[in-house]
Design a protein. Structure first.
Length: 225
């Protein structure tokens, strides 16, 4: 009994389907595990990892369906163009994992099984090495300082004197009028001097800004907000 499917793009058997789905599932789950093991920030999403697994299998099925049929490929592009995705990707790294599972799904769906397995294992090992040895990290911690001052007074000099005393470097990045023009909010990026604590800088700035609100955000470049 013949269990093959004949179409214009060629022939694939039930075994091809089973192998494609099984291999894409295993490789996508491996990629999902690597993503989970190397994720550092607070925005981890289980549903995102589930999506990686589903996407890898789905792309492999799509590649089986499309095969080498150009007309079918264009029809698929047209069908997918009506889909709109509104979830924002918080990390560029997440986009890389999406492309990775898509590439593995494409390789499996076109029956390049060895290529898919070798590429998935190699790239996952690279990700693990990057995370394990913390490669390309910039070990300079900076803070964001937001200071609110009355709009009718000039506190810039007093604020800068406090920053000079407590930081190695600082830079004004924004100046904004808030509360209907009653207050002015200044935002700086700073690098605190060794031994200085954020609380000390807050106390000094509040003394020089008529007790207005002062906020210091630490680790803003390593935390998802």
């Amino acid at each position: 009994m013949d269990f093959s499917f004949q179409d214009l793009s060629g022939t694939f058997s039930v075994a091809d389907i089973a192998i494609s789905l099984a291999l894409s599932l295993v490789l996508s789950m491996m990629i999902g595990w690597v993503y989970r093991a190397t994720h550092r920030h607070v925005s981890y999403s289980q549903s995102y990892v589930h999506t990686l697994v589903i996407l890898g299998m789905l792309v492999s099925v799509i590649m089986l369906v499309v095969g080498s049929n150009i007309a079918r490929a264009f029809a698929l592009v047209g069908a997918l163009s009506v889909v709109r995705f509104r979830n924002a990707i918080k990390e560029t790294r997440d986009v890389g994992f999406i492309f990775l599972v898509m590439a593995i799904g494409m390789a499996v769906g076109t029956r390049f099984y060895a290529l898919a397995a070798i590429a998935a294992v190699t790239i996952c090992l690279v990700v693990l090495v990057l995370q394990r040895f913390n490669l390309f990290a910039l070990n300079v911690q900076r803070q964001v300082v937001k200071v609110q001052v009355p709009a009718d007074e000039d506190h810039t000099g007093a604020i800068q004197d406090a920053l000079i005393a407590h930081t190695d470097e600082f830079e004004l990045v924004s100046l904004e009028s808030i509360r209907g023009g009653a207050l002015t909010e200044l935002m700086y990026t700073v690098k605190l001097k060794k031994g200085k604590e954020p609380g000390e800088l807050i106390s000094v700035l509040r003394q020089r800004t008529s007790g207005q609100r002062v906020t210091i955000l630490t680790g803003y470049d390593q935390t998802d907000l």
